[in-house]
Ligand binder design. Structure first.
Ligand SMILES: C[S@@+](CC[C@H](N)C(=O)[O-])C[C@H]1O[C@@H](n2cnc3c(N)ncnc32)[C@H](O)[C@@H]1O
Length: 310
């Protein structure tokens, strides 16, 4: 099965069978898509004012501006929890779940997942370290994401160490020519570039993740022919890795812009003609306008960097 579905993922997940997916990778957005508005008010004293203040003085309030801000953190966990629960239900008995997070929220999601599925099912915390953009001098410049890994059954899960791309030794002279040529297995700390600005890989999707990261995850934690589920699919990086590595997939995203980016990305890619589009006609592909792409909530300078590229 190769399916791409335009839908809210909670509704779509509820239609999937228990234990269907061998591997789940998700990269949820920080904000829930809902916005709140904050009004800035200036209060001026006025004999006819509608508000009464200290010592009975009357005031008028004038709105001098407003700005919107993302949902508060509680809402984020409330948004994620039912989706994680449904995802866990859809995960096979020997399946693996990867949850890609920002360093700000990873700790909270770890506590949530430990409580939800059991701490003994926690397999790894992967640190994806990248080097991009400016470096603040006010603190250690934050340049990493966190990927939490959980397995349904700690005694029985797929981990194809031999299928993982190998990395160069830091001191190849110390290990001998044969080992140096083979390289070594990556640890739980992955140094990997963001999607390079002028690369063929770049889709223009604001939160696109590098194919190299997804290739590694798919190769290690699934077998050829397995079904991989990504229910925050974005530009379809998980699907691209699956097409390369011969895996089946279900990708879900609620953004029409994401659908158009994926349609363009998979055009002519071997295996992509089998894709079943749900909620979108593949013939209707058009270049996504900015308005179709998901809104990015910028929280700080380092976040601005993160959302532009990684
Ligand atoms: C951080 S992006 C994923 C980027 C992706 N990993 C990539 O490489 O392109 C998160 C995606 O989740 C989608 N999304 C947010 N809320 C959703 C929901 N309730 N149902 C389905 N998709 C949702 C957004 O439209 C966005 O495309």
């Amino acid at each position: 099965m190769r399916r791409i579905q335009l839908a809210d993922n909670l509704e779509a997940l509820r239609t999937l069978d228990d234990g269907l997916a061998d591997l789940i990778y998700i990269d949820p957005p920080f904000n829930t898509g809902r916005e709140r508005r904050h009004e800035q008010i200036r209060v001026v004293q006025s004999d006819t004012g509608a508000r009464t203040g200290f010592a009975g003085r009357r005031y008028d309030a004038a709105t001098i501006g407003s700005h919107s801000f993302a949902d508060c953190f509680d809402d984020y966990l409330a948004f994620l929890e039912p989706r994680l629960a449904e995802g866990w239900r859809v995960l096979a008995d020997d399946g693996t779940l990867y949850v890609h997070l920002d360093w700000r929220e990873s700790h909270y999601v770890k506590v949530l997942l430990d409580a939800m599925v059991g701490r003994e099912r926690f397999l790894n915390e992967i640190i994806w370290a990248y080097d991009y953009g400016g470096r603040t001098k006010k603190r250690w410049p934050p340049k990493h994401d966190v990927i939490l890994v959980y397995v349904k059954d700690p005694k029985r899960y797929t981990f194809n160490a031999d299928a993982v791309d190998r990395i160069p030794y830091m001191a190849p002279g110390l290990v001998g020519a044969e080992k140096a040529a083979l390289g070594k297995l990556p640890t739980d700390t992955w140094w990997h570039t963001i999607v390079p600005t002028n690369s063929r890989e770049k889709t223009g999707y604001p939160t696109q993740k590098p194919l190299g990261i997804l290739r590694r995850i798919v190769a290690a934690s699934s077998d050829p022919g397995d079904l991989v589920l990504d229910f925050f699919a974005g530009s379809g990086t998980t699907g691209a890795a699956c097409l390369e590595l011969g895996r089946e997939f279900i990708l879900i995203d609620e953004s029409p812009g994401a659908m158009e980016v994926m349609a363009k990305r998979f055009e002519g890619v071997p295996g992509a003609s089998e894709i079943e589009w749900v909620g979108r006609s593949p013939a209707g592909a058009t270049a996504p306008s900015d308005a179709m792409l998901p809104e990015v909530v910028v929280r700080s300078d380092s976040d601005r960097e993160r959302h532009r590229s990684p």
